[in-house]
Design a protein around this ligand. Structure first.
Ligand code: GAL
Ligand code: ZN
Length: 676
């Protein structure tokens, strides 16, 4: 679904689930390399990403290309049966290039030019940067495209990670060109940006600037377009390198690693250009909901790839270095989270990084080989995970299928989080999480979907705060419901069009008829403020937070209403049949228990249930014919399976009852299917 027309991506030819991580041999003397590769064999590592930050080592001075060290690394890799995800090494331009062309350095929203000395210090619009990057990528691919170790190309690294937007003059000129392409005439831009307001009218393209620091709220559509432009501009950097690789080699998958719920780059647009979608995931071990966070990222990644297997490109074997305080993963947690990722469709587990650095800003970041060496908990767990992944061989290439989807659109995300709104602290990922939580806790596989895409494979679509919807998306949803779908949306949805202009005549204008309601005025709630909720889906003490509004049911049935206060008796949750389906509308953010009841109602309506009888704290997910069962509790659990299964991760043989220790994982295959 989310693939470029007619483009059949080349598969990753590994023959097994991937295991490994970023490997930075250029940080180490060569004596260490041999030990690295024999340790990789011991751990079952079969894929390493090489050279992500090696630009300065590969091109140490103008005109020089010195890849001989990389030749030797790739030889060792081949000799040890380790495949290589070859990086184009373009994420951090070397000092000499910056000295030659300081205009490559990016400029922030305050007009401050950022300096050399950390990483990713480049303006995405800089033609000099793009040219230099393409040149290096070309040299590398020319040299190594038929090297037996190389199986995949890794372009750049985490595009936008540190510099998602640049406000320099080069970027300003590029923004103008992008706007001309989008609007063609200055009148069209003036209309789209609503420049009749505050004397913002433009007479000439050259008058337009990026939304730099201004006295107060910059024009919202200017901000929105700058977000679109900045995502596109980074994508152009990726595509330029991608094209240079394809000019030489079309036989291996090309990818760049995404960053979970990362606002600056439009995941749907970017993923169309990935042969395999790859993700970096760093949930915080201090977070008691780490398993949920991790699952949500996995589900996003699978969805971005249109359901096909994806690859976890980076995660920390234990602690990271970049939060203020960095907890290690608990014993067993690496395995627990990694295998659950495989259950959600990842065809392997890669980490950052292989060997812990001795110097530099990441020296306290965990690695598969820690500072202390092999006599360590982390190393033992790394070896154990390698064995487990080996046992999961049959899972390779199978798919995870979801019947529920949460709506996610980057345009909406950008627009929703603009300033000068009735409530300017709404954050889309947090809102999505509120709805994801009860689904995760009930072990219901969930996808993310763009509302313009085909929704027909889902029985239930939930669209929290879909503030910006295009006409296409609005109509698509109506057809989906007409055709039998169940749809739930919330407050502050379908409020504006893609220009961020209000859809007039009562909110949410394009869905009012379908939902059989109308909203007249918003009453957002202060932090800590709640409204009481009553009605058939309420429990004693049900409340709503964040938002309330003056809503009238115009034929819809009220399932929850506000009790007390200025909005006493006003509906808070409604449902209305439409065509063969039904539309729910939620005008507040209910407490977790009430929300869980609502989601339970939606699942009952649509007859969606988990793969095994539900148990608190036990995650179950189906991938292909396999059921991944993970015990996130701190106590043993016993699960009646209802039929005979064999656990790929144990030697127990067929069983109808499963016992799992804390953090325990089983991967169940129906016994009668084995060997079939
Ligand atoms: C990622 C990055 C890696 C490494 C890692 C540390 O953002 O791609 O190079 O810095 O974080 O967690
Ligand atoms: Zn710039």
């Amino acid at each position: 679904m989310n693939q470029r027309n007619n483009h059949v991506p080349p598969p990753l030819k590994l023959g097994s689930l991937a295991y490994g991580g970023d490997y930075n041999p250029d940080q180490w003397p060569e004596e260490i390399w041999k030990e690295d590769f024999s340790l990789m064999q011991e751990a079952g590592v079969n894929l390493v990403t090489v050279g992500v930050f090696s630009w300065a080592k590969l091109q140490p001075r103008p005109g020089a290309f010195e890849p001989e060290w990389l030749d030797r690394v790739l030889e060792l890799a081949s000799a040890h049966g380790v495949s290589v995800d070859l990086a184009t090494a373009t994420a951090s331009p070397p000092a000499w290039l910056i000295r030659q062309h300081p205009e490559i350095l990016p400029v922030d929203v305050n007009g401050v030019q950022l300096g050399f000395g950390s990483r990713q210090h480049y303006c995405p619009s800089s033609p000099l940067y793009r040219e230099a990057a393409v040149q290096l990528a070309t040299e590398l691919v020319r040299r190594y495209h038929d090297h037996p170790a190389v199986v995949m190309y890794h372009v750049g690294n985490e595009y936008g990670c540190h510099v998602p937007q640049c406000y320099c003059e080069i970027s300003a000129a590029s923004f103008r060109r992008w706007l001309k392409g989008r609007y063609e005439s200055i009148e069209a831009l003036n209309h789209a940006w609503g420049t009749a307001f505050w004397s913002q009218r433009y007479d000439d393209w050259d008058e337009i600037e990026p939304p730099r620091r201004a006295p107060t709220f910059p024009n919202p559509t200017q901000q929105l377009d700058f977000a679109r432009f900045s995502s596109d501009e980074l994508l152009e950097c990726f595509l330029a390198e991608r094209r240079s690789i394809e000019a030489i080699d079309t036989s291996k998958p090309i990818t760049t690693n995404f960053m979970a719920f990362f606002r600056p780059t439009d995941g749907w647009k970017w993923s169309k250009h990935q042969d395999i979608v790859t993700m970096d995931s760093y949930p915080d071990p201090f977070d008691s909901e780490i398993a949920l966070q991790s699952a949500m990222v996995a589900d996003l990644t699978r969805s971005l790839g249109g359901g096909r297997p994806w690859l976890l490109m980076e995660q920390a074997p234990s602690a990271v270095n970049w939060r203020q305080i960095n907890a290690p993963k608990a014993p067993g947690q690496l395995r627990e989270l990694s295998l659950a990722m495989v259950g959600r469709g990842s065809d392997g587990i890669l980490t950052f990084q292989w060997r812990a650095s001795a110097a530099g800003a990441e020296k306290f970041h965990s690695a598969m080989v820690p500072h202390v060496g092999q006599n360590s908990r982390v190393w033992r767990e790394v070896v154990e995970l390698g064995r487990d992944l080996h046992a999961l061989q049959p899972v390779l290439g199978t798919q995870t299928v979801a019947r529920v989807a949460l709506a996610l659109d980057w345009n909406n995300w950008w627009a929703l989080e603009l300033d000068s709104h009735p409530h300017s602290e709404l954050r889309l990922p947090e809102l999505l999480l509120q709805f994801y939580r009860p689904l995760f806790e009930a072990s219901i596989a969930t996808d993310f979907v763009h509302l313009e895409d085909d929704l027909s494979s889902y029985d239930l679509v939930i669209a929290p705060c879909s503030y910006l919807v295009s006409d296409t998306a609005a109509t698509n949803v109506v057809h989906y419901v007409e055709g039998g779908g169940t749809f739930l949306t919330t407050f502050f949805s379908a409020i504006v069009d893609p220009n961020d202009h209000i859809r007039l005549g009562g909110y949410p204008a394009p869905w009012r008829e379908m939902l059989a309601i109308s909203v007249e005025e918003f009453s957002p709630l202060e932090k800590g403020q709640t409204v009481s909720l009553g009605g058939i889906l309420a429990h004693s003490g049900s409340t709503g937070s964040t938002w309330s509004e003056n809503l009238t049911a115009q034929g819809a049935t009220t399932l929850l209403h506000i009790t007390g206060g200025d909005l006493h008796g006003v509906p808070a949750l409604t449902v209305a049949p439409y065509g063969d389906g039904q539309g729910y509308y939620l005008s507040t953010l209910p407490d977790a228990q009430t929300l869980s009841t609502i989601v339970g109602q939606l699942l009952a309506d649509t007859k969606i249930s988990p793969p095994l009888p539900h148990q608190r704290g036990v995650e179950t997910i189906t991938r292909g014919e396999f059921i991944f069962v993970t015990n996130h509790n701190s106590h043993y659990v016993t699960i009646e399976l209802g039929q005979s299964y064999t656990d790929l991760l144990s030697t127990n043989g067929p069983q109808t009852t499963l016992e799992l220790p804390p953090r325990g994982v089983a991967v169940l295959q129906p016994t009668n299917q084995r060997g079939a």
